[in-house]
Design a protein around this ligand. Structure first.
Ligand SMILES: *Cc1c(COP(=O)(O)O)cnc(C)c1O
Length: 454
């Protein structure tokens, strides 16, 4: 078969494809970038042009592209079997990976349930929570509501959207969603209470306690992205926040569901964000970095307490009736095992800490730029909020697409970014070298500078 030309690929892309989160009418007017290969921190297009992968391929890649250990793990598994079902059967990589995950997960999480993307891992956590309360404490009455923060993002399937709150993405689907309870997030740059941290003493938690106090009898769980509400535009929780939420959930007997899909696997500088606060959630969803960005795989972790709520004889029908065609996929599990091996071999986390400090240092001059309102960084997750007026914090109208404009310029300079509205997001692979990081930041800065020239 002859290889289609670049022109042909562009033509077919425009003719047959529908891209996610993309206005296709505009997509057709722009020249699409077609990535054919990758190497380390770089993506390489069909013409051989190299670009920094400034989004880690939307937050999934950790050790760079074409990592030899990860590549080999997939090839080795492929010589055995690509997939066999997990319904009624098991497989070695899935078993080994479960054991490894329990070893590194926050203490107290002891069971692994597989699925294949972050949204489903969240759906599973929600369903487990509801069924748990029905079976474990039927006398407690129906406990099937959820509390979440405003601007939360937990995925795009209907259950995950129900506990999400990003109007632009979610409002159309309101008629399909189940009702939930919402609380203001600790968006310190635009504090809903007009207070300043730390003198505020996290007053935004008081209304959360009120909700828990008034509604704990109905609430199955509180779902939260620990430390960083990523898709909201990298909204960062102050130190101590998550721990307080954990205490309140325990006090009011509401399950804490940590969505670590974005924050897990070193992104925040620790293996899991919950570790920064010494918190163990009752349920935890992980996916993006789980396979080092190689394969779609996800896990919902839970405690022995919750797991045991599902035990009984078959005819008690306490089974968790949930599964997917690709649950426990051996290719995904093999490469996830290799991912953890690389963390150990390359001491990824300890080597990351000095690069996190460099990142902070190199970001700081950007705070002086006229259109930079706020810089939020947690480990290797960065959000830069652009504003028209620094003093009033006046946001750019979404229709101005400033994030997109900056990203387009960055691309011509060799850096791929995917902004969220007015927030520029930089999430490089954890393996990015100090030199590469410096170059990425130079491009980012130059691209933001064009805003007040043009
Ligand atoms: C990306 C993301 C999800 C959804 O994961 P998918 O694999 O895209 O379905 C859920 N929660 C958080 C916090 C995420 O960042």
């Amino acid at each position: 078969m002859t290889r289609p030309s670049r022109k042909q690929l562009i033509d077919w892309d425009r003719r047959y494809l529908w891209h996610p989160f993309t206005q296709m009418q505009e997509w057709k007017q722009e020249e699409p970038l077609i990535i054919e290969r990758g190497k380390g921190s770089y993506l390489i297009d069909t013409e051989g042009n190299k670009y920094f992968d400034g989004t880690s391929s939307i937050w999934v890649n950790l050790h760079g592209h074409r990592h030899p250990v990860l590549d080999r793990a997939l090839k080795t598994q492929l010589d055995k079997i690509a997939h066999s079902t997990f319904l009624g059967l098991s497989n070695p990589p899935a078993i080994e990976l479960a054991r490894e995950l329990i070893r590194i997960a926050p203490k107290g999480l002891s069971r692994v349930f597989y699925s294949d993307n972050g949204s489903t891992a969240v759906e599973i956590a929600l369903k487990m929570a509801v069924q748990y309360w029905q079976q474990r404490r039927p006398e407690a009455g129906p406990k099937h509501s959820f509390l979440h923060l405003k601007l939360a993002y937990h995925g795009d399937t209907i259950g995950a959207v129900s506990v999400g709150n990003i109007d632009l993405f979610h409002s159309r689907f309101k008629p399909l969603l189940f009702p939930t309870m919402e609380a203001e997030p600790p968006y310190c740059y635009r504090c809903p209470l007009n207070l300043i941290y730390p003198s505020c003493r996290m007053a935004c938690i008081d209304p959360i306690e009120q909700i828990l106090k008034n509604h704990h009898r109905e609430l199955a769980g509180f779902i939260i992205e620990p430390l960083m509400q990523a898709a909201a535009g990298m909204i960062m929780q102050p130190a101590g926040y998550l721990q307080r939420i954990r205490e309140l959930c325990t006090k009011y007997d509401v399950l804490l569901i940590a969505d670590e899909v974005a924050t897990g696997f070193g992104r925040t500088g620790r293996m899991f964000a919950c570790e920064h606060e010494g918190v163990t959630p009752d349920l935890m969803a992980i996916s993006k970095g789980l396979t080092g960005g190689y394969m779609p795989l996800a896990v919902t972790l839970t405690t022995d307490e919750i797991y045991r709520g599902f035990l009984g004889t078959y005819d008690e029908f306490k089974t968790f009736f949930h599964g997917h065609s690709f649950t426990g996929n051996p290719l995904g599990c093999s490469v996830a095992l290799a991912n953890l091996q690389v963390f150990r071999q390359e001491k990824t986390l300890s080597r990351l800490s000095s690069k996190i400090k460099l990142l902070t240092r190199w970001l700081s001059p950007m705070a002086e730029m006229p259109n930079v309102g706020d810089i939020r960084q947690c480990g290797f997750m960065v959000g830069i909020e652009l504003v028209t007026d620094k003093r009033t914090k006046e946001p750019f109208p979404l229709s101005a697409k400033v994030g997109h404009r900056v990203a387009s310029i960055a691309r011509t300079k060799g850096l791929i970014l995917r902004p969220i509205g007015n927030v520029l997001v930089l999430l490089p692979p954890l393996s990015t070298s100090a030199e590469e990081l410096k170059k990425m930041l130079e491009i980012l800065k130059e691209s933001v500078e064009t805003l007040h020239i043009g």
